[in-house]
Design a protein around this ligand. Sequence first.
Ligand code: HMG
Ligand code: MG
Length: 296
Amino acid sequence: MTDSVTLVEMAPRDGLQNEASQVPTAVKIELIERLAHSGLTHIEAASFVSPKWVPQMADGQAVLAGIKRQPQVIYSVLTPNLQGLKAALAAGADQVAVFTAASESFCQHNINASIATSLARFAPLLALAKEQNIPVRGYVSTVLDCPYEGAITPAAAARVASALHQMGCCEISLGDTLGTGTPRRVLALLNAVSQEVPLAQLAVHFHDTYGQALANIYVALEQGIRIIDSSVAGLGGCPYAPGASGNVATEEVVYLLQGLGMLTSVSLDELVLTGRWISQQLGRRNGSKVGLAWTK
Ligand code: HMG
Ligand code: MG
């Protein structure tokens, strides 16, 4: 395998959105600055969603205002609707992300809308973002399994990915929200989705509940995927996906990619220190095996 890989860092958003006690804004800001300092070039910094739905993300505006920005880093945020995009623009986000799902019931639980309604909501958002030159990423959650419906077919995931792509999303991130996927199913998923969306515009987003994320990432790399979502210290989880654990740890992904010669720009030393620091701040056991083992 050749080519370099882009990592999209999830810890400040997916990583923190499910924390029970409010994480201070200053800690979020320091986390983002440390992640940028480690050499990561794309950081999902916050969500501009309803604070009633996800109270932990209510301080997105203050987070974006507080960070010292690095010119080489893209700071993106989640936006479920036009209201979120307008807030994101006011806060100076470089990129935004819309999110829907391959399963109707997860979509309903997560954003109180059917898949079709969610896509209709994204149309005016995409139009304004285009006018403002803001790229829009699209997430498809529950591409393999849904907490309410069970297994999801690759064709269902491909349909939604295709719709987002046709609407103008620059990149589609395929979310194994529950972290139940295994490589053969990932292969079937990628085969179906890549008929609809060019591989270069696909990202993978694996939660690691069953410890399969790295195996799934390896399969995705073999298929030509070059954009991977991950979260330092393995933080993460969706409030509307009961039973799901954190994202694959960025430390694990960096260790794998460096071993494959596919990533040179990230300092694993810095990343490991950041993972240990944020775990301590949250009073959590570090969810990264590399973070626990690293001795340099
Ligand atoms: P709703 O209640 O149907 O919305 O929620 P509404 O339009 O009727 O508005 C209700 C209230 O929310 C109003 O306030 C709006 O102003 C406010 P009120 O009049 O009651 O005071 N509101 C907003 N406030 C701030 N920012 C906004 C916004 N929009 C409305 N953008 C809505 C619909 C989509 C807003 C809600 O369901 C929501 O915010 N859901 C977000 C859920 C979420 O963030 N989930 C986690 C992220 S997704 C994820 O983690 C998966 C991913 O990681 C991939 C994977 O792992 O699969 C991406
Ligand atoms: Mg997620």
